[in-house]
Design a protein around this ligand. Structure first.
Ligand SMILES: Cc1cc2nc3c(=O)[nH]c(=O)nc-3n(C[C@H](O)[C@H](O)[C@H](O)COP(=O)(O)O)c2cc1C
Length: 167
């Protein structure tokens, strides 16, 4: 079985998950920013990872535009967010990122990401400092203000088991 991992990452947490999945499966990991039209010939499994920006996967557009190239394959998608993903949030990310015809056909996983205020630009840092004045502990904006690192290799276990089940 041939597979490929495609990802979009701004600060490295999505790339880290893509690299771990690559190590576990032997599939190559490709940065969609560098290669916007990877060769998908003879590929059976396409795994696509993307960070969440304002409640939506950044890769939603790429997936929409390239859906005709991947719709007949096994498509597994994972999101990476600084909010802690549970079933409800995962469904929100899925619904906000894809129309029903696509969302219904992909297998979706949500992983916890990493957020460091010092990685962000000055405008966003200012907004985060402002947000800090009223956010309560545990809320999304508070994670963004204090910073959070939920990137763990064990988070990919279910996805890896799923891929092994396809073989
Ligand atoms: C401008 C901006 C908006 C974001 N919006 C959200 C969001 O709506 N929900 C969320 O859970 N995380 C949000 N995040 C956090 C990122 O999804 C998270 O830090 C992720 O791990 C980044 O992935 P990367 O390291 O691969 O770039 C946002 C981050 C930035 C910079």
């Amino acid at each position: 079985m041939k597979g490929i991992i495609l990802y979009m990452s701004k600060h490295g947490s999505t790339r880290q998950y893509a690299d771990w999945i690559s190590e576990e499966t032997g599939f190559p990991a490709i940065d969609l920013k560098k290669d916007k039209r990877p060769d998908l010939k003879d590929i059976d499994v396409v795994i696509i990872g993307s960070w969440i920006l304002s409640g939506r996967m950044v890769a939603h557009e790429w997936i929409g535009k390239n859906w005709h190239r991947i719709e007949k394959k096994n498509v597994i998608v994972f999101s990476v967010s600084c909010d802690v993903p549970d079933e409800e949030l995962s469904k929100k990310f899925l619904d906000a990122s894809f129309p029903y015809e696509i969302g219904n056909r992909i297998s979706f996983h949500s992983f916890h990401g990493r957020f460091r205020k010092e990685d962000q630009n000055i405008l966003l840092r200012g907004m985060l400092n402002f947000a800090a004045k009223w956010e309560k502990e545990g809320d999304l904006a508070n994670n963004m203000v204090l910073g959070i690192d939920g990137v763990k290799r064990e988070n990919i276990k279910e996805l890896i088991d799923q891929i092994k089940g396809l073989q």
